[in-house]
Ligand binder design. Structure first.
Ligand code: SOE
Length: 380
């Protein structure tokens, strides 16, 4: 998907006397100044990139965030940032409703884009971004970062290799509690900024992506119900869901459930995927990413992350030796490393792209449509 001619111009410096061709660091511009901007900046630096510029909702907010993150240039507007000739890749970390216009502006300016999920607040907008990136030969990546836990790759490998047998059933849950109280507010609860779906778009999108990635199968149809626990938050009316329960069938005939909540006391970021096949079950929990439970009728066991015994892709992402715990920050760094590698050459297998962002947007729309109609909805 990468335009290598253009990329070569971006990344390759003059040959040295010894014949080695040093590659110049990619230069990153970040749109947004909150939590995710901080995570992206750290991941980009750990991938060897230089974070050269930032833009946010206002010039003063950009200046403040740039200082905090040690970024030299704070642009007054997103337009200035995407037109900055020093920027090779734009990371979009602003509120959901801005993703599509900002990502499109960056692509139009010839920049590669890493855009936070949900890629867009409608499947139509997400599709337009897929088309725009493809037509311009630019990389479009979406941080479905839970794919980057080594033991997620191990689970995927075991299923693909047939060790689990025929997949019979899948249970996915993603629980948080940071929106439990009626005074808990955030731009995500406001449909105008976050989009028509909140809990499902924000965290259900991760869950669907992880499930389809690990199992190598697709949801074919689903029915759902959603609930809103607080009709108003901090005195303002709210029209997005706090919980979603989904029943589904896959293309290959497995059945399963998804449950997503941002109001589950004590659950901080509990993404759990549980797959049962005819031979084995597998369970991965994002909060304990250093082990994978392998269930058997006799002899169930916990597999620990140890590159020496893992499949090649799991070993590749295992960047520190066994016994040195890896987690969310490492998974994010692994994702950004692969996204930036795609700018320089072929996209590493497993990189979540705009097509995966579109897929999550389609499932999110189906969840809302089914909750409204109370009927089963077929997925594309
Ligand atoms: C908040 O719900 C949030 O930060 C999500 O927006 C992220 O995508 C998820 O990884 C963790 O929780």
């Amino acid at each position: 998907m990468t335009d290598l001619g253009e990329v070569a111009a971006v990344g390759v410096a003059e040959a040295t006397a010894g014949g080695a061709v040093p590659v110049e660091p990619l230069r990153i511009g970040i749109v947004g100044g909150g939590f995710m901007a901080r995570v992206h900046a750290a991941a980009a630096r750990s991938a060897g990139a230089r974070v050269v510029a930032l833009a946010s909702s206002s010039a003063s907010r950009a200046a403040e965030a740039a200082t905090l993150l040690g970024i030299d240039t704070a642009h007054d507007s997103v337009d200035d940032l995407v037109r900055d000739p020093r920027v090779d890749v734009v990371h979009v970390c602003s509120p959901n409703a801005t993703h599509a216009p900002v990502a499109l502006a960056a692509l139009d300016a010839g920049k590669h884009v890493v855009c936070e999920k949900p890629l867009a607040t409608s499947a139509a907008d997400a599709r337009a971004l897929v088309d725009a990136a493809r037509e311009r030969g630019l990389v479009g990546a979406v941080p479905f970062v839970y794919r980057y836990h080594p033991l997620v790759r191990e689970a995927r490998h075991r299923i693909a290799r047939g060790g689990v047998g025929r997949v019979l059933s899948i249970r996915g849950t993603y629980l948080q509690d940071w929106l439990l109280g009626s005074d808990d507010v955030d731009w995500r609860v406001d449909a105008a900024a976050g989009g028509p779906s909140r809990a499902f778009a924000d965290i259900g999108s991760h869950l669907v992506d992880l499930l389809e990635f690990v199992v190598g199968d697709r949801l074919a149809r689903l029915t759902s119900t959603t609930s809103r626990v607080h009709d108003s938050r901090g005195g303002t009316a709210v029209d997005t869901e706090d919980e979603a329960a989904v029943l589904f069938e896959t293309s290959r005939g497995a059945i399963g459930t998804l449950f997503v909540s941002q109001v589950a006391p004590g659950r901080k970021n509990r993404l759990l995927l549980d797959v049962s096949g005819t031979a084995e079950s597998l369970e991965f929990s994002q909060e304990e990413p250093e082990t994978l439970w392998v269930g058997r009728r006799t002899g169930s066991r916990l597999v620990a992350r140890d590159a020496a015994v893992l499949s090649p892709d799991a070993a590749r992402l295992s960047t520190v030796p066994a016994g040195h715990p890896m987690g969310y920050v490492d998974a994010f760094a692994g994702f950004v490393r692969d996204a930036h590698a795609a700018v320089r050459g072929p996209a590493p297998e497993g990189l979540p792209t705009f097509a995966d962002g579109l897929r999550a947007a389609q499932v999110t729309e189906a969840v809302l449509a089914s909750a409204e109609s109370r009927a089963w909805v077929d997925l594309p």
